[in-house]
Design a protein around this ligand. Structure first.
Ligand code: CP
Ligand code: NVA
Length: 312
């Protein structure tokens, strides 16, 4: 997509609705190509992406690095611990140095403001590889997965269970709002989505007819749902609050009882990694309705769509 060239992707709402739709289409097209044997595409040959990661990652890191190679480019993985950043070199200095070496940066950070500051000082594109507030690359794969199994978002009820202030949920909520879908968020008091993100989602909903509801009763969100989605109760960086969070979120576990309210052909989704016995039981994640491996696979195809569009 011509308009995305050189742009940042820090929030899913950095995209216009049109651009979001195009990225979804391109992802599906790239997936078809992949399966027809066209794995290596010289779309961004010679381009170099740096990955700055402050936290662990399996899917995001590997999908981005493989995507760069399959598109003809390459990548450099930088653990933030090994950069001078860890010894106090300012983010703004790091940004102005790295922009002289690489064509783009994907960063996984504790504080969302890291991304904003980096993008302010670096002329190269900055891609959010997960922050405390958003995970836009995940939301793209989530929407592609839902469309693969349910064809369209219209008439499809998505239920999310657990931490309503979750980064993955924030991006998913914005994407669903932008695309006019229906999302029920079952979460306890004190775990509601961040106000700014909620407001943005409401604005999109007014424009697109999307329906986003916050409910206390998990059964209300699970009733006749087509998609059952959950994420961990203790995100990276929240380890100190683990005990309280596990106690508060316990009633929102996705288990056989809860899914008995969903449609027979519901799909179970989770961005992974999962904590079996906490937010989801082993039977549900291992069941025939679970699409988590395909959802994880789609991270590769969506990463390629993003990188091909931005780094072109
Ligand atoms: N879903 C996801 O972002 O996984 P990683 O933490 O393994 O990158
Ligand atoms: N909410 C989780 C997502 C991991 C991909 C976390 O931030 O740890």
């Amino acid at each position: 997509i011509e308009s995305l060239r050189g742009r940042d992707l820090i929030s899913i709402s950095d995209l216009t609705i049109e651009e979001l739709r195009s990225l979804i289409e391109i992802s599906m097209e790239l997936k078809r190509k992949y399966y027809s044997g066209e794995r290596m595409l010289n779309i961004i040959s010679g381009k170099i992406l740096a990955l700055i990661f402050e936290k662990h990652s399996t899917r995001t890191r590997v999908s981005l690095e493989v995507a760069m190679r399959q598109l003809g480019g390459t990548s450099i993985y930088l653990s933030s611990q090994e950069l001078q950043l860890a010894r106090g070199e300012p983010i703004k200095d790091t940004a102005r140095v790295l922009e002289r070496y690489v064509d783009g940066v994907a960063a996984r950070v504790y504080r969302h403001s890291f991304l904003i500051e980096f993008a302010e000082y670096a002329k190269i594109p900055v891609i959010n590889a997960l922050s405390d507030i958003e995970h836009p690359l995940q939301a793209l794969a989530d929407i592609v997965t839902i469309l693969e199994f349910k064809k369209s978002l219209s008439g499809i009820k998505i239920g999310f269970f657990g931490d309503g202030r979750d980064n993955v949920l924030h991006s998913l909520m914005l994407a669903v709002a932008m695309l006019g879908g229906t999302l029920y968020i079952a979460t306890p008091q004190g775990y509601e989505p961040l106000g700014d993100i909620w407001k943005k989602a409401q604005e999109y909903s007014r424009e697109t007819g999307a329906e986003i509801h916050i409910v206390r009763d998990p059964v209300e969100a699970a009733m006749n749902a087509d998609v059952i989605y959950t994420d961990v109760w203790v995100s990276m960086g929240q380890e100190k609050e683990a005990e309280k969070r596990i106690r508060d979120l316990r009633p929102y576990q996705v288990n056989n009882e809860l899914i008995s309210y969903a449609k027979k052909d519901y799909i179970f989704m989770h961005c992974l990694p999962a904590h079996r016995g906490e937010e989801v039981t082993d039977d549900v994640i291992e069941s025939r309705n679970s699409v988590v491996w395909i959802q994880a696979e789609n991270r590769l195809h969506t990463a390629k769509a993003v990188l091909a569009s931005i780094l072109r």
